[in-house]
Design a protein around this ligand. Structure first.
Ligand code: SF4
Length: 372
């Protein structure tokens, strides 16, 4: 191994363990290494050390439920729900009872977080009201993460009061080019989440072969400037029928390399960092957790009644424990007991007004309003 590179990685590791975020040039230097090199193998080892230190040796499993399979007029180029691609021919929306049953099954199987994911225009007020029923009917210390449309501060507060613990929101790679969203609107929602009691989770996504090291580094630093509670990396699935259909996917080797570079770049103050779609080796490259998916999925054309790609909670749990992590929530929420009793009581969601993403579209592929 190149000695100078090893010394650089050792320095980054030491700084990361002490919580430091790396500067742009150091992030780019890590990302520019050869994914198959000895140096990147060492980078992954060091990222693994950081993952155990940052998470306290814990790794979670997020059980995602895509609550609605609906065509979406935002037409993000990577999403199978885009109306223009014509993939979704019939809208399917899960009922409250169906969602509660899936939550119950996930929690019984051992997930540590439930992620409720919707398309952009799903009514968050309805989902927020259902959170109370979920918490009452499925007791436990699990976290609830929302991956939904844009949010105001009142919506974030209401979701927290109703039993959610975090919300996922992302400034996408090539936002405004591969999507019609403006970066400013994304930042507005992220600010609403980050300044509410909800934890803000984010990701570098969706990564394709065309994204440069500079673009990845800029997104990492942009996220860090807004104080994320967790961060991850996600490969783009080039769904047939979408504009990316047929394009060569990014390799797993490169995704593991990016994961390791991100884990080292963001320091141990960010406790959790993981990869999606799951790659077992991620637990040896800086990852501490997996997501298992059911229901509607922007990475698939069909509704998944069972888990996506056959990746089960049991399999995720075994991989996590074999890698030496405890499969428990990394940062439990003290509002929810783990002894099976449920002391929690729902708050009253406030009325709120949805931000209008179409009105703020920058103009590439959505039904944007001119000058909006
Ligand atoms: S990614 Fe979200 S906003 Fe974009 S088309 Fe899909 S559901 Fe709509």
């Amino acid at each position: 191994m190149n000695e100078e590179t090893k010394a650089f990685i050792d320095r980054v590791t030491d700084e990361s363990l002490r919580g430091a975020v790396q500067p742009r040039e150091a992030i780019i230097r890590m990302l520019a290494m050869d994914p198959s090199s000895e140096e990147v193998a060492y980078l992954k080892q060091c990222a693994t050390k950081i993952a155990h230190a940052a998470s306290g040796g814990c790794a979670g499993i997020s059980g995602a439920i895509g609550v609605d399979l609906c065509s979406c007029d935002m037409n993000c180029k990577f999403c199978s729900f885009g109306t223009e691609w014509g993939i979704v021919t019939e809208d399917i929306v899960y009922t409250k009872e169906e969602i509660i049953n899936m939550v119950r099954e996930y929690v019984a199987a051992g997930v540590t977080t439930i992620t409720l994911r919707s398309t952009e225009f799903y009514d968050l007020k309805v989902l927020t009201e259902w959170l109370g029923d979920i918490r009452q009917q499925v007791p436990g210390g699990y976290l609830i993460n929302l991956n939904v449309g844009e949010m105001t501060p009142a919506m974030a507060e209401a979701a927290y009061q109703a039993g959610a613990t975090s919300a996922y929101h992302v400034i996408r790679l090539r936002e405004g080019t591969d999507t019609p969203f403006s970066v400013d609107l994304r930042k507005q929602t992220i600010k609403a989440i980050a300044e509410s009691p909800l934890r803000w989770g984010t990701c570098i996504e969706p990564i394709g072969i065309e994204h440069t090291n500079e673009e990845l580094a800029d997104r990492i630093l942009e996220n860090m400037a807004m104080g994320p509670h967790s961060m991850g990396v996600m490969a783009r699935v080039n769904v047939p029928g979408t504009p990316f259909g047929g394009m060569e996917p990014i390799s797993q080797e490169r995704m593991l390399h990016i994961l390791a570079a991100v884990r080292l770049s963001i320091g141990t103050h960010v406790h959790s960092c993981s990869i999606h779609p799951a790659i077992p080796e991620a637990l040896y490259a800086g990852g501490c957790g997996f997501t298992v998916e059911r229901g509607a999925n922007p990475r698939d054309a069909a509704l998944n009644k069972n888990v996506w790609r056959g990746f089960t909670v049991d399999e995720a749990k075994k991989l996590i424990e074999d890698a030496g992590f405890a499969c428990v929530p990394i940062d439990p929420d003290p509002r929810f007991r783990t002894d099976g009793r449920n002391w929690w009581k729902a708050g009253n969601p406030e009325d709120y007004i949805m931000p209008d993403p179409i009105a703020s579209a920058t103009g590439c592929c959505g039904k944007q309003k001119p000058g909006g």
